[in-house]
Design a protein around this ligand. Structure first.
Ligand code: NAD
Length: 481
């Protein structure tokens, strides 16, 4: 555990370290955890409606602090549009659970067992303290996406956001404080990986969003602590554009799906396979769409493409780009990472003449770059799409929905968008799990999401018949002597 009580934080627009993040040490994390555990007893004793009423108040509290939240997130990430989207996204997540949780958590009536004379009552017992560890690409949204259903179920929640984007935390803590009931059961701690490890040691289950590398470590530690771990990790999402696709529609969708948040999303489209018969017109359409996107380096409220948020990603992006270009890839749009006043912006980039072995086609590239390559047959497209360690999500474009569904069924990915891209960023009411190295555990989205946060407890009540047939035969006086 680090002794440092604060860490300097880099500003993505200037490269300067202009913020000191408080670092919670192991003892401080344990203190926060203990206070949350104590408050959880009363929280869990509230009715679901009462807990949802507190979560509804958070929607209004966010409204009251909207400008401050968007500003803090913009300072954390160097982009403003997506910061506003994040704030709206958290409110929408709250509304979705307010609307759906009552039916999903409705009381199950006692029922007769198939075993005679036994009545079954099912109860849900929330984990006491859910730990959440989040990354920097959507700092607020990914801190709250699991916290909200956990709170609805009756857990207390302790969140550790990324050390790259901690500025929003004190602002959001003030927002949470506007809802006293919630402020006792929703706590934040800040710090680097060691703080995350302390959080795991003090939690009863862990929801982790981040890289595969850290996910493995989190999973190992969770195993040592004997707690469930739900892991949402990296991706290298493929797109397949069939010969009969609407080219203009596919190009627009993929420009968005690969470039939104400057390509710094887990579900960003990072590989595009296009049927050779439409390759040239598709690339032309994509080129047109992507060349219309502008960096936001002059004014944060202008343009669509923000800076590289995490400094550590910049050399990875540079390596992928320069290796691809030196091995024969061509940039039909963009192709460079540019420095402006200390910040680093990756130009919105479309690459052609790429090969499957290039790092840009195999490793996660957190930047606004879309490599495009042709395929001859759909079998080949499926094989290329599946040739990855990742299995987060994918998309397929075809005018023939049955054909698209047939391809989708062969893809090793937890969510497949059809005739749109990266829909998991928008559609949160469909259950999906990550395949391969992209994650482990229950679905964060859709109805099963809530099930991650409680254990089932069964009461098996014998309410009839004096003797049970599985008991030993009744002892008789003659047996005793
Ligand atoms: P990261 O793994 O470096 O860090 C994620 C979080 O883990 C941070 O809060 C960090 O402080 C913490 N951490 C680091 N070491 C730890 C340890 N030993 N124990 C506990 N916590 C520790 O990831 P990142 O660079 O912040 O985020 C980018 C990654 O997140 C990408 O791979 C991206 O694909 C992934 N991601 C996945 C999803 C998804 O839903 N699948 C969503 C967004 C981002």
């Amino acid at each position: 555990m680090t002794d440092a009580s604060s860490l300097p934080t880099r500003n993505p627009r200037s490269g300067a370290s202009d913020y000191l993040m408080p670092v919670y040490n192991a003892a401080q994390v344990a203190d926060v955890a203990n206070a949350l555990r104590q408050a959880q007893t009363d929280w869990a004793a509230l009715s679901l409606q009462q807990r949802l009423a507190a979560l509804a108040e958070l929607i209004d509290a966010i409204d009251a602090d909207r400008d401050a939240l968007v500003q803090a997130l913009s300072q954390d990430t160097g982009r403003q549009q997506e910061s506003a989207m994040e704030v709206n996204g958290v409110q929408n997540t709250l509304r979705r659970w307010l609307a759906t949780a009552p039916a999903l958590m409705s009381h199950e009536a006692p029922r007769r067992s198939q075993v005679p004379s036994i009545l079954i009552e099912q109860h849900r017992r929330p984990y006491v303290l859910a730990g959440v560890i989040s990354p920097w690409n959507f700092p607020l949204m990914l801190s709250m996406i699991d916290a909200i259903p956990a709170l609805a179920v009756g857990c207390a929640v302790m969140v550790k956001p990324s050390e790259a984007t901690p500025r929003f935390v004190p602002v959001f803590q003030k927002t949470i404080a506007r809802v006293p009931a919630l402020s006792k059961v929703l706590g934040f701690v800040t710090g680097p990986g060691q703080t995350g490890e302390a959080l795991i040691r003090n939690s009863d289950l862990i929801c982790f969003t981040g890289s595969v590398r850290t996910g493995r470590r989190v999973c190992e530690l969770a195993a040592q602590c004997f707690i469930p771990a739900h892991l949402e990790l990296g991706g290298k999402d493929p797109a397949i554009v069939c010969a009969d696709a609407d080219i203009a529609q596919a190009a627009r969708a993929l420009a968005w799906g690969s470039m939104v948040n400057a390509g710094q999303s887990c579900q960003s489209i990072e590989r595009c396979y296009v049927h050779r018969s439409i390759f040239a017109p598709f690339v032309a359409a994509l080129q047109l769409e992507v060349s219309g996107l502008k960096s936001n380096f002059l004014e944060i409220d202008q343009g669509q493409i923000g800076p590289i948020i995490a400094g550590v990603q910049a050399p990875i992006v540079q390596r992928h780009l320069s290796q691809a270009l030196s091995q024969g890839a061509k940039a039909v749009v963009g192709g460079q990472v540019r420095e402006h006043h200390g910040g680093l912006w990756c130009e919105p980039t479309v690459l052609v003449d790429v090969t499957p072995e290039m790092a840009i086609m195999t490793e996660e590239t957190f930047a606004a770059i879309l490599p495009v390559m042709p395929f001859e047959t759909e079998e080949e497209a499926v094989q290329l799409a599946n040739s990855s360690i990742f299995g987060l999500s994918a998309c397929v474009f075809s005018r023939d929905i049955e054909r698209a569904k047939n391809i989708a069924a062969q893809l090793h990915a937890g969510a497949v968008s059809i005739n749109d891209a990266s829909l998991t960023a928008i559609v949160h009411d469909a259950a999906k799990q990550s395949f391969k190295a992209s994650g482990l555990g229950g679905s964060r989205m859709g109805a099963p999401s809530l099930q991650r946060f409680y254990r089932q407890q069964a009461f098996m009540i014998k309410d009839g018949g004096a003797d049970s047939p599985w008991w030993y035969p009744k002892a008789t006086d003659s047996q005793i002597t």
